[in-house]
Design a protein around this ligand. Sequence first.
Ligand code: FAD
Length: 317
Amino acid sequence: MEVLFMGSDQRAVRCARVSFGKDDKVDPQRDKKLIRYLIKHKHASPFEHNIVAVKGSKDLWLSLLEKAQNPTVQIYYSGGYLWMNLRTAINIMELLPEEVSSCIEERFPTCWAVAKRGGDLEDKELEDLRYTTDRIFLQEKIETSAGWVGLVDRLELGTEMDYYTFIVECPLFVARQWHRHRFGSYNEISRRYTSYDVKFYIPTILRKQAKSNKQASVDEPIEEPDHGRFLREIKDLTGRCYALYEEMTQKGVAKEIARGILPQFMKTRYYWTVPRISLDNFITLRTHEGAQKEIRELAEAIRELAGYRGTDRRNRL
Ligand SMILES: Cc1cc2nc3c(=O)[nH]c(=O)nc-3n(C[C@H](O)[C@H](O)[C@H](O)COP(=O)(O)OP(=O)(O)OC[C@H]3O[C@@H](n4cnc5c(N)ncnc54)[C@H](O)[C@@H]3O)c2cc1C
C-alpha cells in the first residue's frame, strides 16, 4: 500500500515549541520528553502538522469513518488518496490496516510509539526510540512590509488535498483575519509563556480611509503635519507600552495579564498547515483588492511560494 508523508517527529515538536518562540531548537532527548508530555496531557494540536496520505479505495475511507464513530475524526478522500493528519491517525490507530500503521511508525517512530502507550514510557525507553528530524528549517522565505512568510514543507500529489506548512510572522490584527480561515491547523507563539523577542510593525505610511468602502483604505497618506505627528506618536506610545510591559513582567506580573498592554501592532508567529483547496480559498480572498494591504502582501507571498490552482472555485459557497 502506498503511504506518503509530510513532516517528522521533530515537526510536531517544532509546532509545539513555537508557543515559547523556541521552534528552531533541536535536542532529540528533550524533544522526545516533550512528545511524551504532549500525548500524556492531550496537547494534540502540534500533531496536526504531520500529514499522511494513503493510496486506497473509497470503501476503505468510508469504512474507517464508519468504524471511528467519532465526529471529530477528519479523514478526506481526494485524488484516490485518504488524507489525514497524525492527530487523526493516532485517534484511529487500532482501525488502520497493519501495513499503513507500520509505515506511519517508520516515519514518526517516537510519536507513534509514545501514542501507542498513551505517553506511559520511562525515560530509558524514550532514549531507545528512533527519532526523525526535518532536513531543513525553511525551504524559502519572503519578507513583506508587515512581516514574513516561509514555506516549511509541502506534499503535492496533484489533488485538492495536497498539503503545505508555512511559518507566518505578522501583526496581531492580520493574524486575527488569517485565523478566520478555519480549514487548516495553527500553532502560535503564546504570550502567556514567553516575553521573548517581542517585535512591532510600525507602518511607514498611514493610509487614508476609503470613502467608497467602510472597511478599506486608499493607498495614499493623510495630510501633513498630522501624518508625521501620528507616526511619531505611534512609535512613542508603542515604546512606552513595551517599557511598561517589561517593567511589569520583571516585577512579577504574570505575562498572561501584562500582555494586555501590548498594542495590535505587535507581531505574532505561527505555523499554518493547510490543504490546497483551503490555501486557494485564502489566496482568492486575501489577494483580492478588497483585502487589507498588509494581509494582501502576505497572501501574494504565499502565492509566490506555493502557486495557485484555483481549486476553491468548485466550492459553491
Ligand atoms: C475582505 C474580507 C472582509 C471580511 N470581513 C469580515 C468581517 O467583517 N467580520 C467577520 O467576522 N469576518 C470577516 N471576514 C472573514 C470571512 O467571513 C471568512 O471567515 C474568512 O474569509 C474565511 O473564509 P472561509 O470561511 O471561506 O474559509 P475556511 O474557514 O477556511 O473555510 C473553507 C471552506 O470550508 C467551508 N466551511 C468552513 N466552515 C464551514 C461551516 N461551519 N459551515 C459550512 N461550510 C463551512 C466553506 O465552503 C469555506 O469556504 C472577511 C473576509 C474578507 C476576505
